[in-house]
Write a protein that binds this ligand. Structure first.
Ligand SMILES: Nc1ncnc2c1ncn2[C@@H]1O[C@H](COP(=O)(O)OP(=O)(O)OP(=O)(O)O)[C@@H](O)[C@H]1O
Ligand SMILES: [Mg+2]
Length: 407
């Protein structure tokens, strides 16, 4: 048990994405107890003060993560509990609730984990969103869907665009109904059009302390794999006001209390339409982008909220313009990874890497997992940022050749 002068953070899941939280905890003088998947536990031993191995696995088995978090919290009486990724949100929220510690709230965590519950709440609160139908049997949704094409079919609680599919005609819907007959439940939604954004807010007791707007581009239909994020973008005043109002309404609708929220929406001709909300850390380096853009470590700000520490004055605006971009390669065998050294040498490039090596096989990109490389950039002006993005796009090349067995 940690003494009063030795506060402990219970970090549910460390992996790779949790490491900046460990570093931030150290700066705040917190001991770190890491709940970690059994397979990864040995890898974090030197990094944290105590390891709690869990049978949970990344991307699934929320219940097992929750059990380990619960047991650990009972023994260690932490000053704060935090889970940063989808499968940790529920366990962390349960434990926060049990120990009366700050967090998004159990209700917000449950809703965050389930897109159908989100749709229900947003409807009740008059929040813009696609028309939708929850079904246990896609074939039974055919009539509804065919009257509203194009539609998007999606699972209730996946991430990384996995299983998210745009269907544009009746025959394709019937084919999806056959192919996905064993998947249930599923959401069918009208496909809304408009540029995509995410809104990341640091929230304390239900009030927005600071929010960032990120513009996003994807591969588009059918699988919408994310390609670029630009942080600290600004909209014309009328639209900016709509977004601020949207953020407040969503926080109220899901009953979020304290932590970080990541809201995804499209700006349609009739205002914002919500794709989904999550009371967790955004992926795709958006935290790093926010930290770069506002000159403040967002991981540390989140932990301050989680342990109830004071916050500094909020940033007045961006001090840099930042972006992350991802490479999607054609399916096949990787024959060349070129340009990485030049890209890393560029003054606006903060970080860049390839996720594959020559000889690896790349699958068709149907989710974020199949992306083959990335870069994180920051520049003093939007123009310089765009120039640097162009440079990285031209220079970083991950080439593949089709493999005979590919379709
Ligand atoms: N109803 C819709 N209309 C238009 N586009 C949609 C719709 N639903 C989903 N999309 C597109 O698919 C993407 C992924 O959908 P969603 O966010 O619901 O799934 P996800 O698996 O949680 O994705 P991620 O983890 O990548 O955010 C969205 O960002 C958007 O580009
Ligand atoms: Mg999403």
């Amino acid at each position: 048990m940690s003494g009063p002068d030795e506060r402990e953070l219970l970090l549910v899941g460390v992996g790779i994405m949790g490491r900046p939280y460990v570093a931030a905890a150290r700066r705040l003088g917190l001991r770190v107890r890491g709940v970690e998947s059994q397979d990864w536990a040995a890898g974090i031993e030197g990094l944290v003060d105590a390891v709690e191995p869990s049978q949970g696995q990344y991307g699934s088995l929320d219940e097992l993560w929750a059990q380990t978090a619960h047991d650990a919290a009972l023994r260690s009486r932490p000053a704060g509990i935090f889970g940063f990724t989808e499968c940790h949100v529920l366990g962390a929220a349960l434990a926060q609730e049990t120990h009366g510690l700050p967090g998004p709230s159990l209700g917000a965590a449950v809703i965050s984990r389930n897109k159908a519950l989100q749709r229900g709440r947003f409807r009740a609160h008059g929040i813009g969103q696609p028309d939708h139908l929850l079904t246990n049997d896609l074939s039974e949704a055919a009539e509804w869907a065919k009257a509203r094409l194009p539609v998007v079919i999606k699972p209730l609680s996946s991430a990384g665009s996995d299983g998210v599919e745009l269907v544009t005609d009746a025959a394709a819907f019937d084919a999806a109904a056959v192919r996905r007959a064993s998947e249930r439940p599923l959401l069918v939604e009208t496909a809304v059009e408009g540029p995509e954004y995410s809104w990341e807010a640091l929230v304390r007791d239900g009030e927005v302390w600071f929010a960032n707007l990120t513009a996003k581009t994807t591969t588009g239909a059918p699988h919408f794999v994310e390609l670029e994020h630009r942080a600290a973008v600004s909209l014309p005043p009328a639209e900016a006001a709509q977004v601020a109002e949207l953020g407040r309404s969503v926080i109220a609708a899901i009953g979020m209390r304290t932590g970080i929220v990541h809201l995804e929406f499209r700006m349609t001709s009739s205002g914002p339409s919500v794709m989904e909300v999550a009371v967790r850390t955004p992926g795709d380096y958006i935290m790093e982008l926010c930290s770069l853009a506002y000159g403040m470590d967002w991981f540390e700000l989140v932990l301050r909220l989680v342990v109830g520490d004071e916050l500094p004055p909020p940033p007045e605006g961006p001090v840099k313009f930042s972006a992350s971009l991802f490479v999607v390669s054609d399916p096949g065998e990787v024959i060349a990874v070129d340009g990485l050294d030049e890209v890393r040498a560029h003054p606006a490039v903060v970080d860049a890497a390839a996720k594959v090596r020559v000889g690896d096989t790349v699958q068709r990109a149907y989710s974020s997992l199949q992306r083959t490389g990335y870069a994180v950039l920051a520049a003093d002006s939007r123009e310089e940022l765009e120039e640097a993005i162009g440079f990285v796009r031209r220079t970083l090349s991950i080439k593949t050749v089709p493999v005979a067995t590919e379709e």
